[in-house]
Design a protein around this ligand. Structure first.
Ligand code: NDP
Length: 329
């Protein structure tokens, strides 16, 4: 069983030295578990937090343990009889070829209704995150300006499209001309600003001439610094993540908080797993939009489990273009 283990905890940048590619025994299912062949592994920014021992909302991966991650898998054998061999399921575990997982945590997928990888991206955890953060926290009203960072990515691309449906004027922020063109031309955002441009703050100000009413924060760092002065009175920020800071040893200095008082801002963080009912809601709503073709998504599929460490390092540096998925060969 080819597996990728956490070899050491990174301080600062993640490197290949923090991972170990290893061959292990085929896992044998305990009572209540099925043996799965993982086919697609989702790589997500939260995994950087699991590599660190720092206190967080979830426990870290132990040194020497298989890296955590969610997979779309095929059932090899299910002694409980709930699934047939060959069934596609969501819920396989880890950066590894095979996993033994409790059947109670598996959800059957129908490959006839669409690509199974959508269960890891647009219709899975990232899509649900976009749904919760946009509708419940950022809550844009018609005509308001809604800004989302990492706009071409798994969460941001969906958040912006939901905000457009809510009647907001949506401005994306993304890294580089190619991603910005995709956000405008394929996703249909009215505007997208390149945070790599030297005059990014001025460009963002020009794109948000009436200020920013709602901001969906995915990135932090210099992007956040440019957004905050543009927030309007009673503006809302949904703090979803700050991927630009995940490799930092110490937290970056934040914005001056007097503007929270002066502008009467609402700042709220959230973790999607605290909203368990939202997953099925979004699968039903978003699934309909995906099937009719009105919700666009892009996947960045890298072939081969051995490529996962490098692909993950790229995710923390903006090298992925769309939802990052490993095809486990
Ligand atoms: P993406 O598919 O958007 O990929 C990450 C993107 O972040 C990169 O492509 C890049 O986009 C941007 N990025 C990475 N490094 C930097 C940097 N140093 N400076 C600026 N931008 C950078 O990832 P996801 O959609 O999966 O995740 C987006 C955010 O949502 C993350 O912060 C993640 O932690 C968070 N999240 C939070 C959840 C929650 O429950 N709160 C659940 C799921 C995700 P670009 O090149 O355009 O800058």
């Amino acid at each position: 069983n080819l597996r990728i283990l956490l070899r050491a905890r990174p301080e600062g940048l993640v490197g290949p030295e923090h991972f170990e590619v290893s061959e292990g025994p085929l896992p044998s299912p305990r009572p209540g578990e099925a043996l799965l062949r993982n086919r697609f592994l989702s790589l997500d920014p939260y995994m950087r937090g699991r590599m660190s021992a720092a206190k967080s909302y979830s426990a870290p991966v132990e040194i020497g343990a298989v890296m955590e991650g969610q997979c779309v898998s095929q059932v090899v054998e299910d002694p409980t009889g709930r699934f047939q061999a060959g069934d596609w399921v969501l819920g396989g575990f880890g950066w590894q070829r095979f996993s033994a997982v409790a059947v109670s945590g598996l959800r059957k997928l129908d490959p006839q209704t669409g690509p199974v990888t959508t269960a890891l991206g647009v219709l899975g955890m990232p899509g649900t995150t976009a749904w919760v953060g946009t509708t419940e926290l950022a809550a844009p009203r018609p005509g308001e300006t809604f800004v989302v960072s990492a706009a071409s990515g798994a969460v941001g691309s969906v958040a912006g499209q939901i905000a457009m449906r809510m009647g907001a004027r949506v401005v994306g922020i993304a890294g580089g001309a190619e991603k910005c063109a995709f956000v405008r031309d394929e996703l249909g955002f009215p505007d997208c600003v390149d945070h790599r441009a030297a005059d990014f703050p001025e460009r963002l100000r020009a794109a948000c001439s009436s200020g920013i009413d709602a901001y969906f924060e995915n990135v932090g760092g210099a992007v956040q610094k440019a957004v905050f002065p543009l927030l309007n009175d009673f503006g809302r920020v949904a703090f979803c993540g700050m991927v630009a800071e995940y490799n930092d040893d110490a937290p970056a200095p934040g914005p001056n908080l007097m503007q929270v008082v002066r502008k009467r801002l609402s700042l709220r963080g959230f973790i999607v797993s605290d909203h368990p009912r939202a997953f099925a809601d979004w699968r039903s709503t978003g699934g309909e939009w995906v099937r009719e073709g009105s919700l666009k998504y892009r996947e960045d599929v890298v072939r081969g489990l051995e490529g996962a460490p490098e692909a993950f390092m790229g995710l923390l540096a903006g090298k992925n273009f769309g939802k990052l998925v490993i095809e486990v060969t």
